[in-house]
Design a protein around this ligand. Structure first.
Ligand SMILES: [Fe+2]
Ligand SMILES: [Fe+2]
Length: 320
């Protein structure tokens, strides 16, 4: 798989036959009758839309989103964007894919390194023994650790890649440490623990074996409700856990989306909760903006991103 052609390196008019991860596939009506297949291929470097105009009968029953597929296509430019004109597509079994890792984007720092940094940070900087016990119980639990290493921080909005959850948490811990220097009255233990648990419900809200999606639990409950229950249950396992810390921590979890319309049942009513909600928003948006600048996404001008729903605006891609 060393000679895999990355999507970001595809050139106009080139002909390619290679394995990619199928993200989307669906039938569409042609303008003058008949149907074609619209699909999206991906690897760790990006995504490309594809069309298959002919010989499409039965294809949709043989391949589905999340499959590895061997695809034969020609690269074409349309409206300043590359697209794949597919002539053949067939499913490839995962066992026949040599290096599956190249199909999944991941954090810049490997997830196991991020995990070590986070645990070391918590060991060193959280002072209250009950809170530290709570954090270590969860982060070191053998069932949870492999999930932490894989999970993204969101389905698509920010840190949407393997290790994204840990990258987001580690970024927040470092941001919080700096900000707490400026506001010394803030309880650092609560802020750090709030960060470590504010999105932990995503481990169950999302599925992330291959493609990222919402689980049934995620759709019905959402990560805030999931982690509220999870953390509350964990606290019960720790004898004499201080009641006021429990309440503060629960409040950080319930208010970390900042506003009711963003899914928080409560708005931040403590300095610690306000800090977590504020930097959570900043880190998510900074990551999303960087990704929008770095990736080639179809748009009507090379210097600008397409309209981004998260920001409700287009973003200028040219750096100073
Ligand atoms: Fe969240
Ligand atoms: Fe978050």
């Amino acid at each position: 798989m060393d000679n895999h052609i990355l999507i970001k390196d595809l050139k106009p008019d080139s002909r390619v036959e290679d394995i990619y991860l199928l993200k989307l596939i669906g039938l569409r009506d042609k303008k003058n009758g008949g149907q074609y297949l619209l699909l999206k291929l991906s690897d760790m470097s990006g995504e490309i839309m594809g069309m298959m105009w002919d010989k499409i009968s039965g294809v949709i029953d043989k391949v589905k989103p999340g499959d590895f597929v061997k695809v034969k296509f020609r690269v074409q430019v349309y409206n300043n964007n590359l697209q794949a004109i597919v002539s053949r597509i067939e499913k490839v079994e995962e066992s026949d894919v040599e290096n599956a890792e190249i199909f999944f984007p991941s954090s810049e720092i490997p997830a196991d390194k991020l995990y070590e940094k986070i645990v070391a940070f918590a060991e060193e900087k959280i002072e209250n023994k009950y809170i530290k016990e709570l954090v270590m119980r969860v982060y070191k639990e053998p069932e949870i650790k492999p999930m932490l290493l894989k999970a993204p921080a969101a389905k698509s909005l920010h840190h949407a890649y393997r290790g994204g959850y840990l990258e987001h948490v580690y970024g927040l811990l470092r941001l919080a440490e700096k900000i707490c220097e400026i506001y010394p009255f803030i309880n650092r233990d609560l802020v750090y623990t709030g960060i470590l648990f504010h999105d932990i419900g995503k481990l169950w809200e999302l599925s992330y074996q291959r493609d990222f999606n919402y689980t049934t639990e995620g759709r019905l409950l959402g990560h805030i409700a999931i982690e509220y229950e999870f953390v509350t249950d964990k606290i019960k396992e720790i004898p004499d856990f201080p009641e006021n810390y429990k309440l503060h921590l629960q409040h950080i979890i319930l208010s970390h989306h900042g506003e009711l319309e963003f899914g928080s049942p409560k708005r931040p009513k403590t300095p610690e909760a306000l800090l977590v909600a504020t930097i959570d928003n900043l880190d998510a948006k900074m990551n999303a903006m960087k990704k929008a600048i770095d990736t080639d996404t179809p748009s009507d001008h090379p210097d600008w991103t397409p309209f981004l729903p998260m920001f409700e605006r287009v973003i200028f891609k040219k750096r100073p």
